[in-house]
Design a binder for this molecule. Structure first.
Ligand code: AMP
Ligand code: ZN
Length: 136
């Protein structure tokens, strides 16, 4: 299978690696929103978030939290975004599950909150109902 993140795990592709253990790895994103923008991945290949095993999920999220702290502290960031794009519609370009940790600065001017929508009457309740049905 052709996967650049698996290649990084297997040392077939270079990356600025920040951390690794048996289950997870973290490295710098080569096209950062801000310097220090990092990626956390499970070493096993899962094409998206929903496929990740419970064990790898827990290891990955622990590393996301640890790295968010380290990125924020080391770069003296004012905040950070944690996000995972899943599916082409969501902007996913690498189909090996990953979380972005993006350091944010009061002055960086990025606007993530674009195109916010509104609900019509009852729409919130109907949508919540559909989502809750699939949580059962
Ligand atoms: P996404 O668009 O959410 O799938 O994120 C993929 C991210 O991987 C992008 O932010 C890319 O800049 C980053 N990326 C792609 N190739 C590499 C690489 N070889 N090393 C580090 N980051 C990469
Ligand atoms: Zn992979």
């Amino acid at each position: 299978m052709n996967c650049i993140f698996c290649d990084i795990v297997n040392r077939l592709e270079n990356a600025e690696i920040l951390y690794e253990d048996n289950e997870t790895m973290a490295f710098l994103d080569i096209r950062p929103f801000n310097h220090g923008h990092s990626l956390v991945i499970p070493k096993n290949h899962y094409s998206n978030f929903l496929e990740v095993s419970n064990e790898d999920l827990s290891a990955m999220m622990k590393l996301v939290q640890k790295l968010a702290n380290s990125v924020k502290t080391s770069l003296n960031a004012d905040g950070y975004n944690i996000l995972s794009n899943n599916g082409i519609a969501a902007g996913q370009t690498i189909f090996h599950c990953h979380f972005h940790i993006i350091p944010r600065f009061n002055s960086d001017g990025f606007k993530f909150k674009m195109n916010l929508k509104e609900y019509e009457e009852n729409e919130m309740r109907e949508i919540a109902f559909k989502i809750k049905e699939n949580l059962k």
